[in-house]
Every structure is written in structure tokens, then in C-alpha cells.
Design a protein. Sequence first.
Length: 353
Amino acid sequence: MGTCIRAWATPVFEQRMSMLEGGVGAVATASVHAAQFMVITNCCSPGQNFVSTSWLYGGTYNQFRVYMKKFNIDNTRAVYIETISNPKHSVPDIAAISAVAHKHGIPVIVDNTFGMGGYLSRPLVLGADIVTHSCTKRIGRHGTSMGGIVIDGGHFDWSTSGKFPGFTEPADGYHGMRFWETYGYKALSAKLRMDSMRDLGPCMSPFNAWLFLQGLETLALRGKRHCESTLALAEWFEAHPSVNWVLYPRLRWHSHYEHVKEVMPNGGGGVLTFGVLPDEEKIKGGVTPDLIRVSVGLEDFEDIKHDFEQAFVAVGLKPAVKLNGDPFNQAMSLFNDGFMKDLGTAAPKPVGN
Ligand SMILES: *Cc1c(COP(=O)(O)O)cnc(C)c1O
């Protein structure tokens, strides 16, 4: 029962994350995969499905593609997206997707890990219903702890569509109590804690919650630095003779540039992808381009640049054959021609986390 009672640091952490994201409650978990699993199995029963995209964090893609299939989930009960998708860094229109989902009486779940705990993006404010978050990366930053969290937006009506009997019908594990009737708009966070956490047990350790609280103290400072350095690195790569292409949503020619400026005014995030290998001959010969993903740290930008310069020299990179024309579409066509066709069988090798 300790899993749902929680030591003191955990509720404080949950409350702060909930406030940062604009939710009504939160449930901290051992990892974000545990959080995703709990949310999705609360929305979908065997025989129902959720809609997502293949442009997902690799671990999530596999959880959905392989593990979730065991539950024979079919018949849509949720939509699942990420704030900034991998590796194109596309930024979905959360407001528009939510409007469509709500028309069909189903909730929208957003993995906001790249949204940095609300610093860059607040999906609940844009219309999404549930946010999940890996705390392991930008929330903690210190690398001492692992964890995830679910934040309940508190505006999804679990009753009118009639699609969620787990919320409206008497709960077996709670003497016939009905979660929607008892907890109203906090039904999801109540059910996650009382049902899933009690029965499955993937809780966050209170010590990790305490460490994540230390991380939150500097979230805004770090968020600013990550975004500034990543944009500077993207621009430096763009001009670098050994770099063939670079994708970052705050580069002017990225297809989502205007949308990103509007929905993420604080910056484009701390991750970019770039390629160094291909010349046209190699691509024609079927050699796939090398995609490198960088999660930019807090070091002084000159040090970051120096590290890359050293690495380029160490691997003996020659000047790349620069792409002519529209860089976004050129980079996309490299993806589409090559290994990005099937993420399941040929996932890119990320650098950093
Ligand atoms: C890292 C990451 C995850 C996995 O997080 P864990 O806490 O390690 O389970 C999921 N989604 C995104 C977008 C990530 O970056």
C-alpha cells in the first residue's frame, strides 16, 4: 500500500509538476514508460485501441508496437503524441488534434518530455487532456534519478461519451465506488493512484522525488540555456563545411518554424539532429546517411563547438556535399530514401540521450 500512500517528497513533487503544466493532479512513477502504460491501460480495455504515430521516441515506439499488442487493443479510445517528435522535430498542432479527438469523445495524451515541464510547451493549456513526462532528463538533469509522471489536465469528461466504463461503472477493487461520480474532473489522477499504482506498483521512490525537486529549482534557467545553445549549434552546423544537413524547428526553413514560434515562444528545445556522411554517389549506391542526434548540454557554447570540431577531425570528415535548394525538403528526402522508412527495423543510433 506504500505505493499509493507516498512519502512526503513525492506529493510535493507531484503538486509542483501539476502546477507547472496547468493540471489538477499528478501521479509520479518509476519511469515514463510506467506512466504511459498506466494511462493507456486506463483509457483502453482489451478490444480497444489508441492512435499514434511512428515518429516517436524509440522506446515508446517499441512499447506500443510490441508490448501493447499483447493486449489486443483495438477500437479507438485515445490519441497519443509527443510535443516535439523524433527525429524530424515536427511539432504537432495540439489544439487542432485535441479538437478532433474531443469531437469523438476521446482524450489526447501528450508526452511533454521535450516540452521541459511546461517551460517550452504546456499541452494541457493548448487543449490536451493528459500529459506524461520523463523526469529523468530535463527535470532532474543531475543524472542521479529516474522517473516519470502523469499530469491530469482535469477537463476531460469521462462520462458523456459512454466509452469509459472504468470511470463511470462501480469499481470492483473499491467496493463498487464510481470514480467519475466520486472524483469528478480529478477522476483520472484518483484512478491512476488508487487502481493502477496500488495494483501494479511502479511508484517513484521518495528519494528520487526529492532529487527531482532540486532539479525543478533551476528548470527555467537551464531551459533557456539549452534552447540558446541548441539554436547556436544548429546555426553553426548549417555553416559548417563537414555538415550536410541539420534539423531544428527554430531554423527558419523548418516546415513548422512559424507554428513553433507561436506555440513555443521560449525556444525550440534542447535536441537537434544532423547528418555528416552522404555524398550523392553514396546515396545512389544505397549507402544510408548517418543521422546523429544531439541533446545539447549546459556547457559553455564554445566548449560544445570545440567538442564537435575535435570529433569531426578525429573521424577524418571531409567537407560534405552541401544540399542545394530547400534544406528542409532535402533533408526529408534523405530520410525518406533511406533508413527512416522503417524505424522498427533500422532505428537511428542516437548520440547522447
Ligand atoms: C527519454 C524519453 C522517454 C523514456 O523515458 P524514461 O523515463 O527513461 O522511461 C520517453 N519519451 C521521450 C520523448 C523521451 O525523450
